[in-house]
Design a protein around this ligand. Structure first.
Ligand SMILES: Nc1ncnc2c1ncn2[C@@H]1O[C@H](COP(=O)(O)OP(=O)(O)OP(=O)(O)O)[C@@H](O)[C@H]1O
Ligand SMILES: [Mg+2]
Length: 393
């Protein structure tokens, strides 16, 4: 779900004893999520939430599953049903009845994704609780739907709507003959969906800061509609006159905003920085952080920043797999938006509402270029371009 920073991008989590105490059924205030948590693990709605673009439910409408239910729905967590694995644990495909959500036979009823805590994971109850508290009551077309949870002894599980096309990370970075490269139009559609999800979180009166925006947390449905998943690190935004909340630095290297990494001051606009990094990944097809790249190119932001601001160099960093699919004007405006999102001062970044508006305007630009006579497969990769042309960024 998320990780905190060490000296390297390796994951490092801790769950305090006091949090474990609430796992045993105590009521208390969860300082991380900011919600009041009762013995059922379900918090109270933040006051004055804005419901205009989505819905913030008064009570989480979640089914409480037994461990036996979920074991049955996944055929005893059969390896064949494994969808993936993250810091929290493994994610399995399961089948439940569409109406009652009771486990059904494999292949019948509705498919769900079931995330099971790995007992050795350093993430744990905090993230699980935050997911239930936030995602359990937030409802928006661009947020993954949490259907229910299981909490039995040490077993913590979460049950989500199934996202047929998996994560954006898989589509962008896992080069496989089974995965078709995402087209320009599709990347823009994904960026717009994810931006709308974040804008919804930020525009509720009591703002929600997502804190872990990255390609692996954007899931895609059958039609490539993007939905944000994993609210394990989400936090309520500042109250009153405060501009930020102060918190332990957690998140994922390469995506986190510089002010947050340096000071632990978390702004709503820290999410906008993370969005800028993902937009840059969509534009270039490269990972935010890749230690396999040569020095000077490992951080995508540092490496590509000079290319984004120079008209003549922009083409060198755009993913060659999209050649012939986009108008240069649209690419230029996207690069300018990336730069604004990556501004070092949070107040100089646009709001997510503004980001949505700009992306919708870019989507309307239709002057596509004529197809290049050089096929994209024969063009040198962007990384090569950058290594051999122009100043080393
Ligand atoms: N609702 C879902 N529908 C379909 N597949 C899912 C769903 N949730 C997760 N997955 C799959 O499981 C994988 C692991 O997800 P998970 O959120 O546990 O880890 P992650 O996002 O890769 O890493 P992190 O621990 O940093 O969040 C995803 O990459 C995705 O392929
Ligand atoms: Mg995730």
């Amino acid at each position: 779900m998320g990780n905190c920073f060490g000296h390297s991008p390796t994951r490092e989590y801790s769950v305090s004893n006091s949090t474990r105490a609430s796992a045993a059924g105590k009521s208390g205030h969860d300082s991380r999520s900011g919600f009041l948590v009762n013995s059922s693990g379900v918090g109270e709605i933040p006051e004055g939430a804005n419901e205009s673009q989505g819905e913030i439910l008064e009570m989480p409408n979640l089914k409480v599953f037994t461990f036996a239910d979920l074991r049955s729905a996944t055929k005893n967590f059969k390896q064949d049903n494994l969808l993936g694995e993250g810091g929290f644990g493994r994610v399995f495909k399961g089948w439940v009845d569409e109406k009652t959500l009771a486990p059904s036979k494999m292949g019948s009823g509705m498919v769900v994704a079931i995330k099971k805590l790995n007992p050795e994971s350093m993430q744990g109850f905090d993230e699980w609780q935050s997911e239930v508290n936030f995602l359990g009551r937030l409802s928006h077309p661009n947020l993954v739907r949490l259907l229910g949870y299981c909490w039995e002894d040490k077993e913590l599980l979460l049950v989500y709507e199934f996202m047929q096309k998996g994560s954006l990370e898989n589509h962008l970075f896992r080069r496989s003959p089974n995965i078709e490269p995402l087209s320009w139009d599709r990347r823009l559609q994904i960026a717009i969906g994810a931006a709308k999800g974040l804008a919804f979180l930020h525009t509720s009166d009591k703002q929600v800061i997502y804190r872990d925006f990255k390609a692996s947390n954007i899931l895609l449905d059958w039609n490539y509609n993007a939905k944000i998943a994993d609210f394990g690190l989400a936090k309520l935004g500042p109250s009153g006159e405060e501009s930020h909340v102060t918190t332990r630095v957690m998140g994922t290297s390469g995506y986190a905003a510089p002010e947050y990494v340096a000071t632990g001051h978390l702004y709503v606009k820290s999410d906008v920085y993370g969005f800028g990094v993902v937009l840059l990944e969509l534009l270039t097809g490269h990972r935010a952080l890749d230690l396999k790249r040569p020095g000077g190119q490992q951080s995508l932001v540092e490496w590509t920043r000079p290319f984004l601001s120079q008209r003549g160099k922009l083409k060198l960093i755009i993913d060659a797999r999209m050649e012939g699919q986009y108008s240069f004007k649209a690419a230029l405006q996207t690069a300018q938006l990336v730069l604004r999102c990556l501004a070092s001062e949070p107040r100089n970044r646009p709001s997510m509402k503004e980001v949505v508006d700009v992306l919708l305007r870019i989507e309307l630009i239709k002057d596509k270029p004529k197809k290049s006579s050089v096929s994209s497969s024969r063009r040198p990769a962007p990384r090569q371009d950058m290594r051999h042309q122009g100043p080393n960024p």
